[in-house]
Design a protein around this ligand. Structure first.
Ligand code: FAQ
Length: 311
């Protein structure tokens, strides 16, 4: 019966074997993966919007080429992730509809505005930095298609993080006004970046089961702490100040202590009341509508070829 199947399934996970699309899996495992992978895919797609805002205003041809490449990578990540999700018996159409109707979650971070060029630096440095910290352990996720997608995605994210940090370095070593712009971007993106890791472990409803299933390999709080520990010295090197008066090195624990996250703000953003939630959904819906003719033409072309091959 199912309990024997479940026992064998868990034994496979405990032995660090991968689960593949045609293997038996508990319905809860499938649902959890569809939830996490689709939210991740939507984040990549919506994540193109704050940066897309700066393509036409990048300060040089070189910066523009790098930014365009980064944003295209994010579209690609969205596509691999939707494909990974489709192996779990859910259609891409269904997932895209959930996003466009405002029913699906995507990362809270993409509901904040990108108001200056320094924000492009801060997004690469902090947002991609946080994304890598979270995604490196996901390369060891128990579900084969997701873990393999993560390997390629992590390689690309690491280029994204470097291009962002290099923008910050240029600004931080520039004029007084450029340095102020870099500091201002850090002030606005630091706390939202910490929120990307999700609620504290004690308030995270999915963590315990996802860790048992090895969908998640490292907890929200542990990853957040690791991110703080690697990022503070990077801010020091830039000569910028973290916007957290409680931040200090703790020699006893070997980690940085940091202040309390504003969980009320996090909750508001998740409920759709962040600074840009409505704008992002409007822009995503518009982009989808504008791409309609391309999808229709591609389908018509595929249909013609199929008919020709059958004749
Ligand atoms: N925003 O029980 P947990 C990127 C939700 S990187 C919104 O802890 P879980 C690259 C959570 O979904 C960003 N919602 O949940 C890029 C759940 O809601 P539900 C994307 C959040 O799943 C860079 C509820 O709270 N990366 O896109 C957030 O075990 C630059 C309870 O939370 C990924 O998605 C949040 N920050 O752990 C692109 C990584 N945090 O479903 C462009 C994969 C939590 O019950 C530019 N995902 N929630 O309604 C994960 O690792 C996990 O899903 C966590 C959350 C860690 C995000």
């Amino acid at each position: 019966g199912d309990s024997e199947l479940e026992r064998r399934f868990q034994a496979k996970i405990d032995a660090d074997e991968k689960i593949e699309p045609k293997d038996w899996m508990p319905e809860g495992y499938r649902k959890t993966l569809v939830r996490q992978i689709s939210q991740h895919a939507h984040s990549e797609v919506v994540g193109m919007l704050p940066e897309g805002n700066w393509i036409t205003r990048a300060p040089s041809l070189r910066r523009k080429a790098a930014l365009l490449a980064k944003i295209q990578d994010e579209a690609g990540h969205g596509l691999y992730l939707y494909s990974a999700c489709e192996t779990l018996n859910v259609s891409r159409q269904e997932l895209v509809d959930q996003l466009l109707e405002g029913k699906a979650k995507y990362s809270s971070i993409f509901n904040y505005p990108s108001t200056t060029w320094a924000d492009i630096g801060a997004i690469g440095w902090l947002v991609d930095g946080a994304a890598i910290m979270n995604q490196v352990p996901l390369q060891r996720c128990s579900y084969g298609p997701y873990s393999r997608a993560m390997i390629r995605i992590c390689k690309e994210e690491s280029f994204h993080q470097r291009q962002g940090y290099e923008i910050m370095l240029t600004l931080a070593r520039g004029t007084a006004a450029q340095k102020r712009m870099a500091q201002d971007a850090l002030n606005r993106w630091w706390w939202p970046s910490l929120m990307m890791f999700g609620p504290n472990d004690k308030d995270s409803p999915h963590s315990a089961q996802s860790m048992r299933w090895k969908i998640k390999r490292v907890s929200n709080d542990e990853l957040r702490q690791k991110f703080v520990d690697v990022t503070v010295p990077q801010a020091d090197f830039l000569g910028l100040t973290m916007p957290d008066p409680a931040l200090r090195w703790n020699a006893g624990s070997g980690h940085y202590d940091f202040g309390e996250i504003d969980w009320e703000e996090f909750k508001q953003v998740l409920q759709g009341n962040g600074p840009c939630n409505r704008e992002r959904m409007r822009d995503r819906n518009r982009a989808h509508e504008r791409g309609r003719w391309v999808r229709e033409a591609a389908l018509a072309h595929a249909e013609k070829r199929r008919a020709r091959a059958a004749a």
